[in-house]
Write a protein that binds this ligand. Structure first.
Ligand code: NAD
Length: 273
């Protein structure tokens, strides 16, 4: 596993397990156990996923020490604002049954600048209290990031954004890198929609890897963190088996050519709540 150094010197595994939509207790427990056994040390949840309690329990059940795993959660849209962010974060810690999270993100910016700035101030307060070791953002576009940088006291460490070969977001990725933020790709597999793409299949054959592994590797080789989701043991193992090969420059360019702007989620420049 490769670790990425965040701008506060904390190390974060480049690959983790996303747990969106895994709400069945037993299914989550199994997925977390398969993941720990396969070498995963990062888990990505959110208040919105309604599984923080189950994730905390599943991690404890594996017997792994708290300090050996990296836990991310996110403040949900309806909880934004200074006081409600702090309150909802305490609830998240209680559900996780943990003293701290490794990374706390604002899930979506929305279009209300004062609201996301207030929310970020709460994250800074939480970070100072050491209950979140690192803080960051999710779905923030350059416009939103500029607002944060103009007002923050603690620099955001991570921007978690939708990214897969159909939506590479190069301008945003470069902006984040220039400002010392790690980019983390959500739906890094494009929820499977590129698995039958001819270019991906052709490249997968060449390296004797699966389409999922090629797409994950494409992210990793750009220094981008990935959090693929699966509950299936074989797929969980397959998705972490991506550290024993390098893509040729030409193949990276072929994958880059699949950009077509297709999104899975909402456009953060217009999405509001
Ligand atoms: P993903 O790109 O990880 O794709 C998941 C789908 O691909 C699942 O249906 C899974 O069964 C399938 N899959 C996984 N590995 C496979 C393999 N090796 N072979 C074949 N199929 C495979 O999509 P996602 O779940 O949307 O994103 C991953 C994580 O990102 C989420 O679980 C969540 O933690 C995070 N996320 C964050 C946001 C945000 O707004 N910040 C939004 C969506 C997701």
């Amino acid at each position: 596993m490769i670790n990425l150094k965040l701008n506060n010197s904390i190390e974060m595994p480049i690959l983790g397990l996303g747990v969106y939509k895994i709400t069945d207790k037993k299914e989550l427990e199994n997925a977390v156990r398969f993941a720990i056994e396969a070498g995963y040390r990062k888990f990505d949840t959110a208040q919105f996923y309604n599984n923080e309690k189950e994730l905390g329990e599943a991690i404890r059940k594996t017997g792994i020490k708290r300090e050996e795993v990296f836990i991310t959660t996110k403040i949900w849209n309806t909880k934004q604002g200074y006081n409600s962010t702090r309150k909802s974060f305490e609830e998240s810690l209680e559900k996780l049954n943990m003293d701290y999270v490794d990374l706390l993100l604002i899930h979506w910016p929305g279009q209300n600048k004062d609201r996301y700035l207030d929310t970020y101030r709460a994250l800074e307060n939480i970070c100072q209290s050491k209950k979140a070791k690192s803080i960051g953002l999710s779905n923030f576009e350059i416009k939103h990031l500029k607002d944060i940088f103009a007002h923050c006291n603690i620099a955001p460490t991570v921007n978690q954004i939708e990214r897969h070969p159909n939506l590479a977001r190069n301008e945003l990725v470069n902006f984040c890198k220039k400002h010392n933020m790690v980019v983390e790709a959500w739906s890094p597999l494009g929820r499977g929609k590129l698995f039958d793409n001819e270019v991906i299949i052709d490249i997968a054959k060449k390296y004797n890897k699966t389409p999922a592994q090629i797409i994950l590797r494409w992210n990793i080789e750009s220094g981008i963190s990935v959090i693929p989701k699966s509950v299936n043991k074989n797929r969980i193992e397959e998705n972490i088996d991506v550290f024993d090969f390098n893509l040729d420059k030409n193949d990276i360019e072929r994958i880059n050519s699949l950009e077509n702007g297709d999104r899975i989620g909402s456009d953060p420049l217009v999405f509001d709540f």
